[in-house]
Design a protein around this ligand. Sequence first.
Ligand code: VGL
Length: 191
Amino acid sequence: MTRKALLIVDLLNDFMPGGALPVPDGDAVIKPTNKIIDQCEDKEDWIIILAVDWHPEDSKHFDKWPIHCVRNTPGAKFHPDLNVPSDAVIIYKGLNPSEDGYSAFDGIAWNGFELNDILNIFSIGEVFVCGVATEVCVKLTAIDAIKKYKTFLLLDACRALTPEGGRKAVKEMEDAGVIIMTTEEVMKIKI
Ligand code: VGL
């Protein structure tokens, strides 16, 4: 049996409408994401991983972007309606003041493990990526994932900063070998 990871990127208050770096319609992904979390949770062959932007106040990253997701602030917390399982793995990224931390593969868990370490420990063969923003953290995460794992993008559970950026990013991911699916399809076929 192929072991699988659901990898949810940056469903944090600052990326939601009203936040510091809002992704239009970003909160629309909460419903399908909760649905697939509910299906994967407690399945022996799945783990659930959430990537979190967790910047220091003085990050160089803020030369390029509005100040967002400063660690230990409300903007860096999960959307309040997201059902985060108590046994999910949290990956913190952008920890270093000189680091952008776009890809979840650049982050670490609380114990210092990198995402690749965790995927290896759990013998993961397939990674299912969703979240925001499609053309930034989701794309870079999926493009890293495809280097080592069969990788799927859950398109209905992603939102982009701009429609054009989103379309381009999906094409780039597809060209890199990422398989584009929906949460409904995955729940039918894989869970
Ligand atoms: C993101 C811009 C800056 C993202 C993070 O989560 O996609 N975008 N930092």
